[in-house]
Design a protein around this ligand. Structure first.
Ligand SMILES: *[C@@H]1O[C@H](CO)[C@@H](O)[C@H](O)[C@H]1NC(C)=O
Ligand SMILES: *[C@@H]1O[C@H](CO)[C@@H](O)[C@H](O)[C@H]1NC(C)=O
Ligand SMILES: *[C@@H]1O[C@H](CO)[C@@H](O)[C@H](O)[C@H]1NC(C)=O
Ligand SMILES: *[C@@H]1O[C@H](CO)[C@@H](O)[C@H](O)[C@H]1NC(C)=O
Ligand SMILES: *[C@@H]1O[C@H](CO)[C@@H](O)[C@H](O)[C@H]1NC(C)=O
Ligand SMILES: *[C@@H]1O[C@H](CO)[C@@H](O)[C@H](O)[C@H]1NC(C)=O
Ligand SMILES: *[C@@H]1O[C@H](CO)[C@@H](O)[C@H](O)[C@H]1NC(C)=O
Length: 467
């Protein structure tokens, strides 16, 4: 309600001045395999954890067909072409390429599918940005321990090498793993995403330790075996929100800093600076000792591991959606938990696009990346075509992005909107992020452009943002 009112005032109060968009700033759209492909059991694809867990949960919805992009990929490319995007970010389904996740059997139909998609994009003048892992882990890899098994890095490396061999000549932008924070916190720690584990005190950190080693393996394989031939770039997709302190007291600004370190720094620090943020090392070791553990719940990297992970980036890939108000919330020793390790709490803020610019400045100052690519940003709405709320949101965020580029001189190379179309949002079809509506009750999965689709097309064509 408050947010809607604010948006209305924003629309009424805006003067509709025009702002030029730099010619070399890329605009694109994103999707992910499990959320849009469907064809879950077709053409030799193996079973993923999302297939298995969603089926077993009997939610009455699943990803079996979703947008049916596995069959409708040509129509997706037509829409992308009409939208005039520079790039398209999609993910490759690991079990579609390797049904049990290992090199034991390679599914040629799966390999061929992505060749067709990539060639189709290139013929349409659209640069492919390929996510190697967007959460659809092969069931067999999960049964071997998934992100809790250090050997995961070997399997992930084998899979990544196969993709580089097949698609390396055509793909210049690779993304290893999507949103480690969501995987380790929300899927392994807080039970919110498949595989719905509740390992909030320890498994959450083991997950991050294994995940970073897997990312680094995929980065190093490209760097050592393919970079000289193809000269592409590889990055980790890190998700982060912006936080404003609830008050100007030191305790609240310290709490804000802790949250940023425990969310963004957790993954950015090892990759861009080497090792976990010091505040995580200290606080988790301290609480673990008081809780009676023999060692810190946060695994310690060896120097060799630090050196292997440190520097595994060619660009900073950022997903960002929200901003929050943060306050200090220190807890005495009770149950071991990530939340108590952070010692802060937060509530969501109203619409605040300036938070986006502040986050970009924070990342640029702390990690000094060679460049930043926004790999996801967008607004969730209900199911309607007159999505002027989405347009107002995007206008504010893109305006803030342009401030970061022009006034703060941050090297931001692209903006990728989530999403091309409505999709399966990890358990529900009610959360709509698309510029294009998908009718999920229609067997043909008819696609209809929303107002925001025409708006995005227009700013990409004119290179002018109406603010
Ligand atoms: C694939 O899954 C669908 C349900 O989504 C089912 O109706 C169909 O029988 C399955 N096909 C095969 C070959 O198992
Ligand atoms: C903190 O101080 C600044 C500058 O004095 C002020 O603009 C801001 O409103 C204050 N924030 C809070 C939460 O009190
Ligand atoms: C990470 O690499 C940078 C650049 O080589 C180096 O300055 C830094 O000391 C390394 N970090 C650690 C913790 O070894
Ligand atoms: C652990 O935290 C407590 C309480 O904040 C503090 O008094 C103590 O010095 C810390 N110990 C270490 C080893 O950091
Ligand atoms: C922590 O313990 C102290 C001493 O028992 C108590 O005074 C304080 O209220 C407790 N704090 C919280 C957040 O529970
Ligand atoms: C803000 O929090 C409320 C209540 O938890 C939630 O329903 C809403 O989706 C949140 N909004 C955003 C933008 O995250
Ligand atoms: C969605 O498709 C179904 C089945 O074709 C149709 O009955 C319905 O009217 C469509 N909904 C919309 C909003 O177009």
């Amino acid at each position: 309600m408050g947010m809607k009112l604010y948006l209305l005032l924003f629309i009424l109060g805006s003067s509709h001045a025009a702002r030029n968009i730099p010619k070399d700033l890329w605009f694109g759209l994103a999707t992910a395999a499990f959320q849009s492909e469907g064809a879950w059991n077709e053409s030799g694809k193996g079973e993923s954890i999302w297939d298995r867990f969603i089926h077993n949960a009997n939610l009455r919805v699943n990803g079996d067909t979703t947008c049916d992009s596995y069959h409708k990929w040509q129509e997706d490319i037509e829409n992308l072409k009409k939208l005039n995007v520079n790039h398209y970010r999609f993910s490759i389904s690991w079990p579609r390429i390797l049904p049990d996740g290992t090199l034991k059997s390679i599914n040629q139909e799966g390999i061929d599918h992505y060749h067709k998609l990539i060639q189709g994009l290139i013929e349409a003048g659209i640069e492919p940005l390929v996510t190697i892992y967007h959460w659809d882990m092969p069931m067999h890899i999960y049964e071997l321990g998934g992100f809790l098994n250090p050997q995961f890095a070997d399997y992930f490396g084998d899979y990544a090498r196969l993709l580089y061999q097949e698609y390396g000549p055509y793909v210049r932008y690779w993304l290893t793993i999507n949103e480690p924070y969501s995987i380790c916190n929300r899927a392994y720690g807080a039970g919110q995403l498949v595989p719905w584990l509740n390992l909030i005190g320890d498994g959450i950190y083991q997950c991050s330790y294994v995940l970073l080693k897997a990312h680094a393996r995929a980065y190093r394989i490209y760097d050592e075996e393919f970079k000289s031939k193809y000269n592409g770039k590889v990055g980790l997709v890190i998700s982060a929100d912006w936080y404003e302190p609830a008050s100007n007291t030191t305790v609240d600004s310290d709490a804000r800093e802790r949250i940023l370190q425990f969310q963004l720094g957790w993954f950015a620090n090892p990759v861009f600076k080497g090792n976990w943020p010091q505040i995580m090392i200290d606080r988790i070791a301290n609480r673990s000792a008081q809780e009676g553990f023999a060692r810190s719940r946060l695994p310690q990297f060896t120097q060799e591991e630090i050196d292997y992970i440190n520097g595994t980036h060619d660009y900073f890939a950022l997903n960002t959606y929200d901003n929050y108000i943060a306050k200090n919330d220190e807890q005495n020793i009770t149950n071991p938990s990530y939340w108590f390790d952070v010692g802060a709490s937060w509530v969501n803020n109203t619409y605040y696009p300036e938070g986006f610019r502040k986050l970009l400045n924070f990342i640029n100052d702390r990690y000094q990346p060679e460049s930043i690519m926004i790999t996801e940003n967008g607004l969730i709405t209900g199911d309607y075509l007159e999505d002027d709320d989405r347009i107002a949101f995007l206008r504010g965020y893109i305006n803030s992005l342009l401030d970061a580029i022009e006034e703060d001189k941050i090297n931001i190379v692209g903006y990728t909107l989530w999403s091309l179309m409505d999709d399966f949002e990890w358990g529900s079809y009610n959360f709509r992020f698309g510029l294009i509506r998908v009718n999920f009750t229609d067997p043909n999965r008819a696609r209809t452009w929303k107002n925001s689709g025409y708006w995005y097309k227009n700013i990409l064509e004119t290179r002018i943002l109406d603010i």
